[in-house]
Design a protein around this ligand. Structure first.
Ligand SMILES: [Mn+2]
Length: 322
């Protein structure tokens, strides 16, 4: 594989590297960046990282403190000296938010598992069958380069995050084989699992509780949806979104789970399904993602968009005779 060789050449070379991934990062994005950072740190290459936040408190343990997090539109972008950007977990450069401005003009390595990836890199390591960007990194590099324990731990965290603790259908034999081989070197998977999913603040739990309390059903129980209101100074909805949507998708009879995050002027919507494809529904509002897990960001208030989205899902299910 030419792409794999190119990535290795970059890791062993002396280019100045910028690590980044999508804004509002999740565990896969942060784990992939953290693992690459630990791998490159101390080598001859110069490495920096910039990402547009916010980073949820629950996931902040994943992020090396050297990585710059841009919060809010007012904050100035940091001066970055780099030849090349490694972009993880992002289907398109737009997903980087303001960091796109820094990446433009640099050579780009694109490492991703989204089926709608636009192959925007000079080198594209894209595998839509992989559970996560972290799994792609692990599979490519495990036999080619020494992985220190904290690199394996960071990538294992990303894998656990994107597979919902190895429960989602994107968990495949390669996923387990990779984790098994890392466990063979002494990695404690249950400790990473506990850090990722085991603890949450009471404020976050209250948000979770409210979201479940506000749950509504549609289409005879095949659609379940709820909304979380983002409050200034309150806990970040990102702390609980995955948990909420997994929980409601798991209700017997529910085929499509929808979670809205009411951000005031804008609305974020996430879709999860058991089988029904939801990525093209998300794409109608400029979003995308995986077949059974997708989302979009809308620049309209929740009250103006939610019924339109619910109707679109119902109509598509009707069309498919689901
Ligand atoms: Mn991912």
């Amino acid at each position: 594989m030419i792409e794999t060789a190119s990535l290795l050449a970059v890791l062993h070379g002396d280019k100045k590297i910028l690590l980044t991934g999508h804004s509002d990062p999740d565990g896969d994005c942060l784990g992939a960046i953290a693992g690459l950072f630990f791998l490159l740190q101390g080598k001859s290459v110069r490495v920096t990282g910039v990402i547009e936040g916010p980073v949820p408190d629950r996931l902040s343990f994943l992020l090396p403190q050297e990585i710059n997090v841009i919060e809010g539109d007012e904050q100035k972008l940091p001066e970055v000296e780099a030849d090349l950007a490694i972009v993880v977990d992002s289907g398109e450069l737009k997903r980087l938010g303001r960091v796109e401005q820094i990446v433009k003009g640099l050579e780009v390595i694109n490492i991703d598992h989204h089926p709608d990836n636009e192959y925007f890199g000079d080198i594209n390591l894209v595998d839509e069958n992989a559970s996560s960007a972290c799994e792609i990194l692990g599979l490519i590099l495990q036999d080619k380069i020494h992985l220190p324990p904290r690199v394996m731990e960071a990538w294992a965290a990303g894998i656990l995050y994107d597979t919902g603790g190895l429960r989602h259908p994107n968990t495949r034999k390669e996923t387990l084989a990779l984790l098994a081989s890392w466990m063979g070197t002494g990695m404690k998977l249950h400790l990473i699992q506990e850090k990722l999913f085991g603890r949450q603040t009471r404020d976050s739990f209250a948000l979770f509780q409210k979201a479940l309390g506000d749950l509504r059903f549609g289409r005879g129980g095949q659609i379940a949806w709820t909304v979380i209101k983002e409050e200034k100074g309150g806990p970040s909805p990102r702390e609980v979104t995955q948990k909420v949507i997994d929980e409601i998708r798991g209700i017997a009879g529910v085929e499509v789970a929808i979670l809205f995050v009411d951000q005031g002027a804008g609305t974020k919507v996430s879709f999860r399904s058991s089988n029904f494809p939801v990525n093209d529904i998300a794409a109608r509002w400029g979003g995308g993602g995986h077949v059974r897990a997708a989302g979009a960001n809308l620049e309209k208030p929740f009250a103006e968009v939610y019924s339109e989205i619910l109707t679109a899902v119902e109509e598509k299910m009707d069309e498919w005779n689901y």
